[in-house]
Design a protein around this ligand. Sequence first.
Ligand SMILES: NC(=O)c1ccc[n+]([C@@H]2O[C@H](COP(=O)([O-])OP(=O)(O)OC[C@H]3O[C@@H](n4cnc5c(N)ncnc54)[C@H](OP(=O)(O)O)[C@@H]3O)[C@@H](O)[C@H]2O)c1
Length: 363
Amino acid sequence: MGRFAFVLHPVSMADFHRKFGILKHLPDHWVERGFRLIPPWVGSEISGIVSSTGASADGLFVVLPWTPRVLMETPWPETLRRLEQAGRIAEARGAQILGLGAYTKIAGDRGVSLNERLRIPVTTGNSYTAATAIEGALLGAERMGIAAAAASVTIVGATGAIGGACARVLADQVGELVLVARDAARLGELAEELRDAPAAVRVEADLKRAVQPADVVICVSSAIDQILEPTDFRAGAVVCDVARPRNVSAALAGTRDDVLVIDGGVIAIPGQNMDFGMNFGFPPRTAEACIAETIILALEGRWESFTLGRDISARQVREIADLGRKHGLRVAGFRRFERALAEGDIEAIRSRAENARGRRNSW
Ligand SMILES: NC(=O)c1ccc[n+]([C@@H]2O[C@H](COP(=O)([O-])OP(=O)(O)OC[C@H]3O[C@@H](n4cnc5c(N)ncnc54)[C@H](OP(=O)(O)O)[C@@H]3O)[C@@H](O)[C@H]2O)c1
């Protein structure tokens, strides 16, 4: 049996409040400052993961109680020291690989230094996150009647680890690829790398202009605030928001019933009795894609740093997607702002979008 560990952290104050209700009554910055001083701890034991091949795995969550803001504002040597403490807990509890959650791999060098310090390999989970973001977005497009080969796809945060990986894979599959981020030089480098791809690739500095005409939008920016509003999307668009915290305003759920917004990276984990031992805001037996990558490697017995750093190749994305399928992991249907979308919901969104476009064409 393989054994893994995964470092979790609160992505918003709501995560603190879910765990320690009393903290709702304190100012957020007090809570953040207080928990910054507390070392990582074991959040729970994870049990009962059984692959469709018969392989099994168990593991543990190690909690670092830092919000994205704290992780981004703390000097890197101090953050690295805390991550090393988390890694030592994992080693002492018998883990053979360590996965990094959300901002624990955005702060600093995306796992590289931590991997050098620990005896067990570290993986960021970003290859499988990219694989499942692409799978979810293209599945959503199909359901909305959008043909991938002709689609215009915008990647928000295209120069990041996940965004770059999505771009490298999608450049072979879609009609047009629009790359957005703030650093123009890095965008230019990525566009140059993809210049011979089948898709027409272009960069766009203006976020709203990049998103407005898109058939499909994949949101993978590390912006701490929500950067996309309900009015930013065209009727009938598919928006896969993988970012945590989200890039898309929650106001969209109540105001745009003609846009298919899906949460990226919600993965069903195999094993009838599998139990994460804690509530981290997901339905039972499902997890974020980055956790899933660590689980796949544990089921496969691949004790290696599968994903580190910013540059992730299309090959890595395809390989981890194949391994995920081999072990019975899969995208867990569609969810919109953490609520399951039923079959009929998507049909209704599609028909409202067609009506909205019909009305516009008849003006
Ligand atoms: N759901 C999941 O399973 C899962 C798993 C892993 C990660 N994530 C989330 O995915 C997101 C991306 O992670 P990553 O590791 O790829 O991050 P990353 O490597 O730091 O890349 C972030 C990207 O966002 C861009 N960006 C930052 N602020 C922006 C803004 N205000 N407007 C436009 N672009 C902006 C950055 O470029 P510039 O700085 O040039 O703008 C860069 O292209 C994070 O929110 C992370 O928490 C989710």
